[in-house]
Design a protein around this ligand. Structure first.
Ligand SMILES: NC(=O)C1=CN([C@@H]2O[C@H](COP(=O)(O)OP(=O)(O)OC[C@H]3O[C@@H](n4cnc5c(N)ncnc54)[C@H](OP(=O)(O)O)[C@@H]3O)[C@@H](O)[C@H]2O)[C@@H](O)CC1
Ligand SMILES: [K+]
Length: 488
């Protein structure tokens, strides 16, 4: 499990550890890890041109101490100071002792003014490596103008970019990016991941992320967590000798319409690979379903008369069949609502349910339910998923390149690490809803079913794409390979 903690929690852990260590020890641990990561990225340190972007806090201090270590190994290190009078004094002295220099300030007198942007631009454009120590977990709001200008010049340079703790300009707690931010190739983060490193859009700015253990001890419950292979393997249902199809779970799919029979076929395709013992289909696309998957139990008419079902999936390609959605929501078993079903589901009916409900909107559908624009949802994914879960009293899976799953009661939010942009293809969500519904029928809770479903689906998408475009049915085909990969 990869866990992420917000700034307040990190600060508390930092205070607790600092009280037991000599002054400055923690920053030295951070700087040592940072310098090692920079050296690895550079390959050859001797003679490399390194520029440090240094803000007024400890994030800048980390950069300066790491720069000193690189200078001692023969790198040419230049610091660009955003606020010379408030620069970390110990770090700056260490850099100077190691032979590093400071880019000229705006006033020529003693280089006391903030960095001269033209001079900074010259060194940045000539650099092999830029170390972004502008701001870390102490950042508030978007970057200020001077810092934003440095972020832009850095983006224009060919240098490798390493962010210290976080790419400057991204929100550590939410993954939101308001205005300019540094785009890093590598982020070296200290003590624990921060939510922003795992959630888009900030995640994209971080590049690859390396965690340096500095000895912080974090609480058991994280604010955000990303499952990994072993976690998913432990969740996936495995049939036992005494299992029959009912014990393994029967998933009901109420989806598709005469106009969109494909959505039903794709949802069934996902469900058949999700671990339930049987898949029941109810709706007007029965002929298409049975032609493709003869093992499906097909009926027409109302979901209420479909026979025994341990979890329902409703909504993919459902058109305007509000009655089917309402009938499914009245069932006292777990229900997954997707696509058209989200628009048709009555919020009070969802709130009144006792069995788990899992809503699986993409950003556009979430925006419609929240009454905001799609961009607002995309820009504030963590806030949006929590808000929707609260309003509906349901678990919500917000699809996207970093799919999030949040429970109504709050607590830890799961983020899916296996997503790929190849999955942005028609019908891919239908496969996910069937797969995840199947996991619900097999007995997983809504948070686990949503996160394990997204994980397998993402992995299946990667296998199916393998660097080339693919269709949703290819994703369904690869779920079995993804499953084997996870449990293997
Ligand atoms: N936690 C740990 O265990 C460890 C933490 N360590 C390190 O400490 C870092 C946290 O240091 P920190 O607390 O000094 O804050 P930091 O991120 O440097 O920023 C504060 C400064 O930035 C400024 N500023 C604010 N917003 C801004 C903006 N939008 N645009 C531009 N500037 C902005 C703000 O200015 P002010 O508001 O005061 O004018 C203030 O002076 C942490 O990320 C990690 O790298 C490691 O050394 C060891 C272990
Ligand atoms: K930074």
């Amino acid at each position: 499990m990869r866990s992420a903690y917000g700034v307040e929690t990190v600060r508390a852990a930092e205070r607790e550890l600092m009280a037991r260590l000599p002054e400055g020890a923690l920053m030295q641990r951070a700087a040592a890890g940072l310098a090692a990561a920079c050296a690895e990225l550079l390959g050859r340190v001797y003679g490399a041109r390194v520029v440090l972007l240094v803000g007024s806090g400890d994030n800048g201090g980390d950069a300066l101490y790491a720069g000193a270590r690189l200078a001692r190994r023969g790198a040419g290190v230049t610091a660009v100071l955003l606020a010379p009078d408030r620069t970390h004094a110990g770090g700056l002295a260490a850099l100077r002792r190691a032979g590093g220099s400071v880019a000229p300030g705006r006033r020529d007198d003693a280089g006391q003014g903030p960095a001269d942007l033209a001079a900074a631009e010259r060194v940045i454009l000539a650099a092999d490596l830029v170390v972004d120590g502008i701001v870390g977990i102490g950042g508030k709001g978007g970057l200020r103008p001077d810092a934003a200008a440095l972020a832009e010049v850095t983006a224009a340079s060919r240098a490798a970019v390493v962010a210290v703790d976080l790419p400057s300009g991204v929100e550590a707690d939410t993954g939101e990016v308001r205005g300019a931010a540094v785009r890093a190739d590598l982020t070296v983060t200290f003590g624990t991941h921060k939510p922003g490193l795992l959630i888009d859009p900030a995640r994209e700015y971080a590049g690859s992320v390396r965690l340096i253990d500095i000895g912080l001890s974090m609480p058991d419950e994280a604010e955000l967590e990303a499952l990994q292979h072993a976690d998913v393997a432990a969740l996936l249902p495995v049939p036992r000798a005494e299992s029959d199809k009912y014990r393994r779970g029967v998933v009901g799919i109420a989806a598709g319409s005469a106009r969109y029979p494909g959505a039903a076929v794709l949802a069934v395709a996902g469900a058949l690979r999700g671990g339930a013992g049987a898949v029941r289909y109810v709706g007007p696309a029965g002929d298409a379903v049975i032609a493709r998957f003869p093992e499906t139990l097909v009926s027409s008419g109302s979901p209420e008369r479909a026979g025994r079902v341990q979890a329902w999936v409703v909504g993919p390609g459902a058109g305007d069949d509000a009655e089917a959605v309402a009938a499914v929501l009245r069932a006292d078993v777990p229900v997954l609502v997707d696509a058209d079903g989200l628009r048709l589901a009555d919020r009070d009916l969802v709130r009144a349910r006792r069995a788990p409900t899992l809503l699986t909107p993409h950003a556009g559908e979430a925006a419609a339910l929240l009454g905001v624009s799609r961009d607002e949802v995309e820009g504030a994914r963590l806030h949006s998923v929590r808000e929707l879960a609260g309003r509906y009293g349901a678990t919500v899976l917000l699809k996207g390149s970093t799919t999030l799953v949040a429970s109504a009661a709050g607590g830890v939010v799961r983020v899916n690490p296996t997503g790929t942009s190849w999955l942005a293809t028609a019908g891919s969500g239908d496969v996910l809803s069937g797969l995840t519904g199947s996991l619900l029928a097999a007995g997983l809770g809504a948070l686990d079913a949503g996160s394990a479903g997204a994980y397998l689906h993402g992995l299946a998408g990667r296998f199916a794409a393998d660097g080339a475009p693919m269709g949703a049915h290819d994703v369904a085909e690869e779920i079995r390979s993804a499953w084997r990969d996870v449990v293997g």
